[in-house]
Ligand binder design. Structure first.
Ligand code: FES
Length: 265
């Protein structure tokens, strides 16, 4: 949630402080309604910045500000439009006569499990999230998703036991929880999808052998000397080392190039 931190009686000039908006000379403003109250905000701002411009401060419900973390789900209506709209406050640009509300967190239970113990069968997911079968395929979850994830598609895949399909369909999920806020079956879709991706990664996706070899080399301390050498270098030395590093030619044939320095390969 957010709260106002601006004292209306105090006239202080707006100062640019990173994410804070300053109203440029002659900028056009538009009316928006935040928690039911009307504010004039510059038309170029995202919902998040417009709310900050209006004097609200995000204590919760803001993270990356880049559309990745899912902390800032927003619900809004436009004046005269029956439809409910959904978006991320840090990504959606304000429009005149938006009626805005933040849903920084929506309660949705997450199952307790150890990925090493549950095994890779769909029944494990069904046992942890039996509410999956309460889905009535209304598709409100998909309509609410600000990332255009086919939520109903992955829920259906999970019910059918297709973990790979569920993992792939849900890959762009940023865990904002808007799907769960709309679900009449009260399913925590995004938690079930996260479990599907974990099970897929742990039990179904083939494991890269060369990755295992490299992890073992790291664990055995193969790079310790190099790292301690690097950590004692000055910034200038590090930059020089970086600029002069050996680089694979852009169009080298696969497998045909080897660096001269091969101690750490
Ligand atoms: S703040 Fe991270 S997605 Fe909006």
């Amino acid at each position: 949630m957010c709260e106002t931190n601006q004292k209306s009686s105090k006239k202080t000039p707006r100062v640019a402080t990173g994410d804070r908006a300053i109203l440029p000379e002659g900028a056009k403003t538009i009316p928006v309604y935040i928690m039911g109250k009307k504010y004039e905000v510059p038309e170029t701002l995202t919902i998040m910045k417009a709310m900050e411009f209006a004097g609200f401060k995000f204590l919760r419900g803001a993270g990356c500000r880049g559309g990745i973390c899912g902390a800032c789900p927003t619900v809004y209506r436009m004046a005269g439009d029956y439809k409910l709209h959904f978006g991320l406050a840090c990504q959606t640009v304000v429009e005149a006569d938006m009626y805005l509300a933040q849903i920084p967190f929506f309660p949705a239970n997450r199952a307790n499990y150890s990925i090493e113990e549950i095994g890779g069968l769909p029944e494990a997911i069904h046992a942890l999230y039996p509410e999956l079968f309460r889905c009535v395929a209304c598709n409100q979850c998909t309509k609410a998703c600000p990332m255009d994830v086919d939520v109903l598609g992955y829920i259906s895949a999970l019910k059918q036991g297709n973990i790979e399909k569920a993992a792939r369909l849900s890959f762009d999920c940023i865990q904002c929880g808007l799907c769960a806020s709309r679900c009449m079956g009260e399913i925590p879709q995004y938690h079930a999808a996260q479990l599907a991706r974990r099970v897929y990664g742990r039990y179904i996706l083939p494991h890269a052998e060369h990755l295992k070899t490299r992890v073992k080399a790291i664990e055995d301390g193969r790079y310790r000397t190099m790292l301690s050498e690097l950590s004692t270098m000055s910034k200038e030395e590090l930059e020089k080392r970086y600029v002069e590093r050996e680089r694979e030619p852009d169009f080298a044939e696969r497998g045909s190039w080897q660096p001269k320095e091969s101690r750490y390969l």
